[in-house]
Design a protein around this ligand. Structure first.
Ligand code: ADP
Length: 267
């Protein structure tokens, strides 16, 4: 008996995903990958089924942050199988270009068309299964390349974008560009997250605003966008990201967890 299987064109894996969320930033170094990886870990921590797609092809840092640096992705007849942070629960699957390159020190020097075709494959050929959330970490900026990545992602009806900024004026002005970029492309904006928002002293719990404060909140107000929350600078978070440890199991009462809880309520 011949069984007719649906093809990827008429039954996309993407249709099995309830929420698709892009994480964007106007420039590198503001903590976009930290916010997106920690958000994915948090959602998995509260019992959601989560996928993480790293399309930051120039600087894929998610494998390291998830502690999956030496892993390789496998392809089955149905498509690529994500690498699971916990192979037993399989509640957080990750796909990154880094898994295909093998050597973590090899830079991705590809021109636009090759990058686009890789992103297309990422979007069509990964067997995510049923997911509550797919978090997509995108390359920073608003260049042509960024436009084509976003246009490709738009075909799959994402819920929208979370914009990450730091509180200083320079980063804020980059986020303004990012807002108009989303508006031009018709990508809905879920809201703004302010990262590196003050430093809470681990000894006396006093919060010092290292950069000017409240920039993200003010920007959100001015642009009539939701302000999703503030993530403090947390040295323990840096250590966990660098060592690929799960921050929430290591530090279950952290201020970062409180911040992400607030962000997650808006999703
Ligand atoms: P981006 O993706 O925007 O380039 P990253 O997420 O790679 O930025 O962050 C840059 C560096 O800053 C990393 O070393 C990361 O661990 C650190 N970092 C980011 N956000 C925080 C935070 N809230 N607390 C402590 N360290 C952070």
């Amino acid at each position: 008996k011949t069984q007719i299987m649906p093809t990827l064109d008429d039954w996309s894996e993407m249709d099995k995903i309830k929420h698709k969320i892009l994480v964007l930033s106007g420039k590198g170094g503001v903590g976009k990958s930290t916010v997106s990886t920690q958000l994915a870990l948090y959602l998995a921590h509260i019992g959601k089924k989560v996928g993480f797609l790293d399309v930051d092809l120039c600087g894929p840092s998610a494998p390291k942050m998830f502690g999956l640096e030496s892993k390789e992705v496998h392809k089955s007849s149905a498509g690529w199988i994500p690498v699971y942070v916990d192979p037993e629960t399989r509640n957080l699957g990750v796909i990154s270009i880094q898994f295909l390159l093998g050597d973590k020190d090899t830079p991705v020097i590809w021109r636009g068309p090759k990058k686009n075709s890789m992103i297309k494959q990422f979007l069509q050929d990964v067997c995510w299964g049923e997911l509550d959330y797919l978090i997509i970490d995108t390359p920073p900026g608003t260049s042509d390349e960024h436009i084509s990545v976003t246009e490709e992602l738009l075909k799959y009806n994402p819920d929208g974008a979370i914009l990450v900024t730091t509180p200083q004026g320079v980063s804020i002005s980059d986020v303004r560009k990012e807002i108009s970029f989303c508006q031009k492309l018709g990508l809905p904006i879920i809201g703004i997250v302010e990262n590196m928002s003050g430093y809470t002293c681990p000894h006396c719990s006093e919060c010092t605003n290292i950069f000017s404060s409240e920039g993200g909140r003010l920007l959100a107000e001015q642009c009539s966008l939701p302000f999703l929350g503030k993530m403090p600078i947390d040295p323990l978070l840096t250590v966990c990201s660098e060592q690929g440890k799960n921050y929430f199991t290591e530090y279950p009462n952290s201020s970062t967890l409180v911040a992400l809880k607030e962000v997650a309520t808006s999703l």
